[in-house]
Design a binder for this molecule. Sequence first.
Ligand code: SF4
Ligand code: FES
Length: 250
Amino acid sequence: MNFTLKIWRQDGPKSPGRMVTYPVTGISDEMSFLEMIDVLNDQLVRNGDEPVAFDHDCREGICGMCSMFINGEAHGPNRLTTTCQLHMRSFKDGETIYIEPWRAAAFPIIRDLVVDRSAMDRVMQSGGYVSVNTSGNTVDANALPIPKPAADEAFQAAACIGCGACVATCKNASAMLFVSAKVSQLALLPQGQPERLNRAESMVEQMDLEGFGNCTNTGACEVECPVGISLDHIARMNRDFLHAKVAKKG
Ligand code: SF4
Ligand code: FES
């Protein structure tokens, strides 16, 4: 397969960016999208040009690193698919493909397709954990019964890979889907109850401090999320946040 790639190139956070056109030829339809960029980068290096910088790690849909817009869609045209799991057979031979980085004020561009997503790490640090009692009376985790529906829903929330597609897709650059998944995965389990309200409050406040936008319920985040995180988690987080505020006033 042959493609014309239009890729965002930007030398650094403060440099002006531009779309640059690259033809690629001899691409197998079984290659992943990242392998196709590897082929391009191999060509660029052989010609003495700078390869395209892009994030990746696991290449199996787990780490959330392979974040990019492909033809205007986060992680490309397929639903429930990360860029690393997207195959070139999803495109037409001869197609022109536009490849851009996430665009959000809270995700400054570092270089080319690589953005700084450390704002999400700071949201996690503000409350995405449970404190463990190490007094000698610690209950073994396996001794805590958890209803199956709660375990299933917590597991679904925990599937969030922190890729940031929800933020990049949202017209407000809101991180509500990401934060609500991280709040929910603990709020649904008995281990997460003692800090439940404080957690929702501090993670939402950190989210606002990082410059993410507000949620206006467009639902675009849910559509583009590669692991199918549900908007229901946002409703749960909003309830916990409100309860936290009311509890403080009372
Ligand atoms: S909620 Fe979905 S889109 Fe957002 S960071 Fe998590 S996995 Fe990515
Ligand atoms: S490289 Fe890890 S999810 Fe794509």
